[in-house]
Design a protein around this ligand. Structure first.
Ligand code: EPZ
Length: 417
């Protein structure tokens, strides 16, 4: 079990480069299975969710090389569509392989990914959509078998909720399907557009990605391609929140400001001075942050749910009371119980958290409940006077590349033990 020892109370200063996007890399890596050739990928972050995805790709027969953030994936020899339970269990979002293995092999056997710390994570939208495209879907006792021996057929899919994963699975499954697929009420996240750019680079015909209606014209075959993954807007915003909560002055390079408009607005409401450059965001934190009346998470282009925990941690030291409303996941406040150990004054009532800003936070020993909740605890430890410990940081390793090294380079006193 690894932990961070953090001596807080220091303002972060300096420049950091934003990592590649985890939530873009995972579906793009799964989509490599559609292509019987070698794909070159760049800016793939060195995080354990990518390690787990690479394990599944190798199990399925892909040949992979990986140097730092550069990867090649050759899926020429993929024949099986069965992913063993222990590999599925390692990463919640491995359901993203469903569309890819089904489209490539005509069969997919996966285990229901199971809930995680932030919610039940059902996949009904994925399965209904795949069924509409002609697959036979059997879901018994946690094992899901989808078969489409004659291949998938294009269909009009209306999502009752703009699910990111379901939109991605349908896009991937539709690329080699017969005819056109239309997704209505599609998710509009930047990672959807990045996936579409990658699929089109391999010869797919996807249009409308980033809007609510996405069209995919089925093609016969895909060819090799090269793609650089977009920066991780959530990791970048987490670093900005670290600057804000310590009253620091940091520049995050490689970030695409257009991906973070609602987050930048909340940072400014909290009294941070933000300046936007073409590919960087600079944040100068005030001596004392102001509270923000309401922070409500919404599907893109609204305020992203993944940055809710770090921003809630930032609001813990603001002046006044803020209200946070989590509309996407049903239990994304597990980390709040740990924040209270730092002296934070937060009341949670269902989807709402009421944050009463405290003058200061005090060092505490805490336990990371999930990926973004862990980031929130690190931010609180950076703001708290004295030495704090954050345990079970394997959750943080899932989505943040070398988090302690990045923070130390900004002047934080963080040691991994
Ligand atoms: C993706 O998860 C991200 N993960 C999540 O990031 C992110 O929080 C989420 O999108 C929302 O932006 C990856 O991209 C790997 P959803 P996903 O399907 O696809 C319900 C992180 O910290 N739903 O948009 O699972 C679901 O229960 C992670 O990086 C159904 O009801 O999100 C949830 O309440 C956490 N049925 C809501 O929709 C379904 O079939 C949003 O889920 C699918 C989803």
């Amino acid at each position: 079990m690894s932990s961070y020892l953090i001596r807080g109370g220091r303002a972060l200063q300096g420049e950091a480069v934003c990592q590649g996007s985890k939530n873009s890399s995972l579906p793009i890596l799964a989509a490599c299975i559609l292509c019987e050739g070698a794909v070159e990928l760049d800016n793939i972050p060195e995080i354990t969710d990518v390690d787990a995805t690479v394990k599944i790709l190798s199990w399925l027969g892909c040949r992979i090389t990986r140097e730092g953030t550069h990867m090649t994936v050759d899926a020429s020899d993929v024949t099986t569509g069965e992913i063993p339970d222990e590999l599925m269990r390692e990463m919640r979002s491995s359901v993203i392989f469903l569309g890819a293995v089904l489209a490539r092999t005509g069969r997919a056997l996966i285990s229901a990914p199971g809930g995680c710390e932030i919610g039940l994570r059902p996949i009904d939208l994925h399965l209904n959509a795949i069924g509409k495209m002609g697959a036979k879907v059997e879901n018994s006792a946690g094992v899901i078998e989808c078969t489409a021996p004659e291949g998938l057929k294009g269909a009009v899919i209306t999502l009752s909720f703009p699910s990111v994963g379901a939109t991605e699975n349908v896009m991937i499954a539709a690329v080699l399907a017969e005819g056109e697929t239309v997704i209505r009420n599609a998710a509009r996240e930047p990672e959807i557009s990045d996936l579409a750019d990658f699929l089109n680079a391999m010869g797919a015909r996807v249009s409308g990605a980033g809007e609510s209606t996405v069209r995919i014209e089925g093609v016969k075959q895909l060819h090799a391609a090269a793609h650089t993954v977009i920066p991780d807007r959530i990791a970048g915003a987490t670093l900005l929140a670290a600057g804000a909560v310590t009253g620091g002055n940091i520049c995050v390079r490689g970030l695409i400001p257009a991906h973070l408009e609602p987050v930048i607005d909340v940072f400014e409401q909290a009294g941070n001075e933000i300046s936007i450059r073409s590919d960087a965001v600079v944040l100068r934190g005030p001596k004392r942050l102001k509270s923000v009346k309401t922070v409500r998470t919404m599907p893109y282009p609204g305020f992203p749910t993944d940055i809710q925990p770090p921003v809630t941690a930032m609001l813990c030291v603001s002046r006044g009371t803020s209200v946070v409303i989590e509309t996407i996941f049903e239990s994304r406040y597990k980390y709040v119980g740990e924040l209270v150990r730092f002296g934070a004054k937060i009341r949670v009532d269902g989807r709402m958290a009421v944050v009463e800003g405290a003058q200061r936070l005090y060092a505490a020993n805490t336990l990371t409940p999930d990926l973004r909740g862990g980031a929130a605890l690190v931010l609180a430890a950076l703001a708290a006077e004295g030495e704090s410990r954050v345990d079970e940081i394997r959750h943080i390793d899932r989505g943040y590349e070398d988090f302690s090294k990045t923070l130390s380079a900004l002047g934080a006193d963080v040691r991994r033990i």
